[in-house]
Design a protein around this ligand. Sequence first.
Ligand SMILES: NC(=O)c1ccc[n+]([C@@H]2O[C@H](COP(=O)([O-])OP(=O)(O)OC[C@H]3O[C@@H](n4cnc5c(N)ncnc54)[C@H](O)[C@@H]3O)[C@@H](O)[C@H]2O)c1
Length: 217
Amino acid sequence: MKVLISGTSKGIGKAIAKYFLKQGHEVYGLDVLKASIKNDKYHHHVCDISKDKLPDIKDINILINNAGVQNSNDIDVNLKGTIRVTKKYAYQQNIKSVLFNASASARSGFEFPEYVASKAGVVGYMKTVAVDLAKYGATVNSISLGGVITESNKPVMEDKKCWDEIMKVTPLKKWASLEEVCDWIYFLTVTNKSMTGQDVLVDNGELNLNNTFVWPK
Ligand SMILES: NC(=O)c1ccc[n+]([C@@H]2O[C@H](COP(=O)([O-])OP(=O)(O)OC[C@H]3O[C@@H](n4cnc5c(N)ncnc54)[C@H](O)[C@@H]3O)[C@@H](O)[C@H]2O)c1
């Protein structure tokens, strides 16, 4: 299948691109940075999804909106850029699945305000796309990840005090690996044929399993 992924030069997007290539798919990547994957079936386009002209790539089957930032451009990149990409590539009859990489913070509110707003916006937008693309038989969902073991998270992972504090409120006492995140995304976009319009929370129990039950002793 023809798979388009945004943010493929680093982190989660790069891991997803390599995972799909390994399964034999044709992968197109969009990133502000140059390519970091070499493979005959990988086609890289350098572009800023929030403002550059998006390349003409026809008949995409799977769109994975992954590119995201945590800085003053949160809303422009994570929300408006994602909407630009989705409008350009997903609204056509060959589309089979769209996946948005949202964030657990879209539900909890526990992160930088604009980042939370951008990701909560993505979850809302995902539902409108699910309604629109149902006529093509496409599934459209989002994944809301808690912590993932990535390069960009190294500062917090390597700070013992921070890490211990995070683990105290994480019932499964770990973060998700890149391999597991790829398995989830592959399942949601390729295996899944019947779930649509849903946001899937994958956060090691951080949001839902903290004990808030209060009762007199
Ligand atoms: N890492 C985590 O723990 C975590 C948790 C929840 C959600 N997420 C989400 O997952 C996604 C990927 O996160 P990551 O940790 O791999 O980040 P990352 O910073 O390692 O990688 C993001 C990639 O997106 C690209 N990018 C940034 N702005 C862009 C733009 N305007 N146009 C095109 N490409 C652009 C970057 O160059 C980079 O290659 C993000 O949307 C993030 O919000 C990550």
